[in-house]
Ligand binder design. Sequence first.
Ligand code: ADP
Ligand code: ASP
Ligand code: MG
Length: 403
Amino acid sequence: MSLIVQKFGGSSVANKERVMNVARRIVDTYKNSNSVVVVVSAQGDTTDELIEKAKEITNSPSKREMDMLLSTGEQISISLLAMAIHELGYPAISLTGWQAGMNTDSSYSSARIGNIDVSRINKELDHKNIVIVAGFQGINRFDDITTLGRGGSDTTAVALAAALRADLCEIYTDVDGVYTADPRVVKTATKMDTVSYDEMLELASMGANVLHNRSVEMAKKYNVNLCVRSSLNNNPGTIVREVKDVEKMLVKGVAHDYDVARIALCDIEDKPGVAFRIFSLLSQKGINVDIILQSIGRENKKDISFTVTASNLENAVKILEDNKESIGFNEIKTRDTVAKVSIVGAGMVNNPGVAAKMFEALYEAGVNIHMISTSEIKVSVLISERNVEKAVNAIHDKFNLGN
Ligand code: ADP
Ligand code: ASP
Ligand code: MG
């Protein structure tokens, strides 16, 4: 008998037919004498709709209240799914994040999971229940509800799989697995049979939101058997695992991310400590900086530009403006109509030609590059938002990733 964690995303439970479909799949697994723990997301666009509702009231909602609001989406789907399983004649019980022992830190809207108290889940499994846990939510030390960040139900599932030492964690979604690029953008994208934790982590972090990046981080840390597959068919899906000696693909996939904004600080004094001042101010406020570019000095002045997530733009600008004197810049320029396109592959190390080939594809497609950043396993460029589809397709073709 094995223990399986199955996670179903929002589109997989978007309406009553889909909920019944998911219920049947879960029961099939259960009938094969498995213990089943299910994690489910809010139905369809519920989370977006809840965000809109908050916006009708205020432009600056309290983060605590936002988490209270957003967590309700998942509470609807867990109860409906439990009812659907009861309809099929099988035992099931739904649990919210706190009932499931999902303890997190206190960073509302992007909480990190700490220890998970699995006693309640284990008790329900002992009673032969199918246990259905609300994704994306937990509880902090003040007994307040927290959420894990958009797409966070994947992380709930992997964290539970790790804590319960499950034999398998299956992420069911609306595509057949992890593709060489977002299949909605690149029609010729191909499904990967396997992908390494490191490559998947990089793809997810660079915008391939088929998996929440923290779920991959956690799967790697606890060696969780992870599989991404479709809730609408029985195709085998993509296995995410440690890949050691297997042939390393030069470029495994292309990812894109619209959630990016660029900030440029112009005419900063060219002296030691300036970059330290800027980036420590931002990091103290929990703002992550991604690509950084510094111009060469001229007449004792230089420019520093960098990217943040679009949602952090306003906040970052405010922090910088508030510290204009101490940083010593002349002007801030911002742009949020930019996007990041990245290629990822563990075989890139020691292959200087890879970046050049990516730039060649962009040149041929007539796409201008604003910023570049490279690491052992990826190359990212910042481009105009309007060029994303063209760029991703051109790069995907250049590396022959299509079918
Ligand atoms: P869920 O609601 O099941 O969590 P998501 O919308 O979060 O689903 O993730 C699935 C979507 O991720 C797909 O519909 C697809 O458009 C997108 N996606 C982006 N990059 C990739 C990729 N490389 N492979 C597969 N899907 C991708
Ligand atoms: N419902 C949440 C979201 O839309 C969590 C998730 O889907 O994973 O982001
Ligand atoms: Mg998702």
